[in-house]
Design a protein around this ligand. Structure first.
Ligand code: SAH
Ligand code: SF4
Length: 373
């Protein structure tokens, strides 16, 4: 059976239709959804108020593959990186930025989870670990949804956490893969994550990051959801952007800007530009003015991100003073900008790196079992 038949890839409507076709009462949908999204059940036998016959039918028609947590890096009160194994053995990552200042601190603070949408990535940006070994496959909706549920299961396993600290409050679709290249599965997953019968995350708490697939941005602008949109810009001329992002050849800045304008017009929401600062590539101060002009035109805030070194890539991060000067330049132009000194550098937080390291170590182990740790 296809993995898209996973029980966590079904909407309430899908479930009701399925129950009806099996002569089961509609209220069972509510019970099943309660087990999946409130109780975060990972097996049929946990659903104790469902009759055995129904459980058997569910098991026949749907798969139920919770993600398998392979490793987690980081202290519970700091940024954590989760490495999950999928049912076909593939590895993906999610990154949890917990409610600050500490997980058990002020409960009004909110946690953020960064999730993956593909195994690998086909877009091959020159600075990114996720694209280094190409694209393997799209994640199905359940594999996207279960990154949230799996992280909440881990939070629930921590001692003495209050209920508000067990939930993910903000979601960023900024992990491995290009979300808009897996459009249908992403939208289905987001519908489930957003729905009151599902995970119940507000659309305004969900940010989708894209390397700039212009036609898909236009399509997203027409969806009935108020998702936030982040553009991985990283260069403000075609020359610079083209050098580090091959996608710019297909959708040059003119197309991308046109699509962003449409998103802005239809949604009326502020955009975010992601801009990784890479020494000698895009960090020159003469980039500040054109970047500020574009940000003003598209009503965007700018997230400056220090380049995070990736094994096998030669780029470097600019000195702190250069990054501070770039930020100051934008601020002087009255552009809302931040320099994200990532909490996760020490655990290789730029997504894709933990998977890369683990796969390389596993490969070595298979090729040369005697040197296995
Ligand atoms: N494919 C989508 C979403 C995933 S990549 C996109 O490109 O927007 C998203 C982000 O990963 C990038 O914008 C950047 O913020 C981050 N990233 C990737 N490689 C990085 C690196 N080496 N250093 C710092 N951030 C990196
Ligand atoms: Fe893919 Fe985004 Fe990485 Fe580019 S930055 S290779 S689009 S994951």
């Amino acid at each position: 059976m296809s993995p898209t038949r996973d029980i966590r890839a079904q909407t309430e409507e899908d479930l009701r239709g399925w129950l009806k076709s099996h002569g089961e009462p509609a209220y069972r949908a509510e019970q099943i959804l309660h087990w999946l999204y409130r109780q975060r059940a990972t097996r049929w036998s946990a659903m104790t108020n469902l009759p055995g016959g129904l459980l058997k039918l569910l098991d026949q028609d749907f798969t139920f593959h919770p993600l398998n947590l392979i490793t987690r890096q980081g202290a519970p009160d700091k940024t954590s990186k989760f490495l999950w194994q999928l049912h076909d053995g593939s590895l993906i990552e999610s990154v949890l930025i917990p409610a600050s200042p500490a997980l058990y601190g002020d409960p009004s603070d909110r946690s953020t989870l960064c999730v993956s949408t593909q195994v690998g990535c086909a877009y091959g940006c020159r600075f990114c670990a996720s694209g280094l070994e190409g694209w393997k496959r799209n994640l199905d909706p359940a594999e996207i949804v279960d990154q949230v549920l799996g992280t909440e299961r881990w939070l629930a396993s921590l001692p003495a956490a209050a209920e508000t600290q067990l939930r993910i409050h903000n979601l960023v679709i900024m992990g491995m893969g290009e979300p808009l290249a897996n459009y249908d599965n992403l939208l289905k997953a987001l519908r489930i994550l957003n729905a009151p019968w599902g995970v119940g995350l507000g659309a305004r708490k969900i940010t989708i990051s894209t390397s700039g697939l212009a036609p898909r941005i236009r399509q997203l602008a027409r969806e009935p959801f108020q998702f936030r949109l982040a553009i991985s810009l990283h260069g403000v001329t075609d020359e610079i952007r083209g050098k580090i992002m091959p996608v710019n050849r297909k959708y040059p800045l003119r197309d991308l800007i046109g699509a962003c304008e449409e998103y802005l017009e239809l949604k009326g929401r502020m955009l975010t530009f992601e801009y990784i600062l890479i020494a000698g590539i895009n960090d020159s101060l003469d980039q500040v003015r054109p970047l500020a002009q574009l940000a003003r035109r598209l009503h965007a805030r700018v997230n400056l991100i220090p380049y995070n070194p990736v094994e096998g890539l030669t780029w470097t991060r600019p000195p702190d003073a250069a990054m501070d000067a770039f930020l100051e330049g934008l601020t002087k132009q009255r552009i809302p900008a931040t320099l994200r000194r990532e909490k996760g550098t020490d655990i290789d937080a730029a997504c894709g790196q933990l998977r890369l390291q683990t796969e390389r170590a596993w490969r070595k182990q298979i090729e040369n079992p005697k040197t296995a740790p």
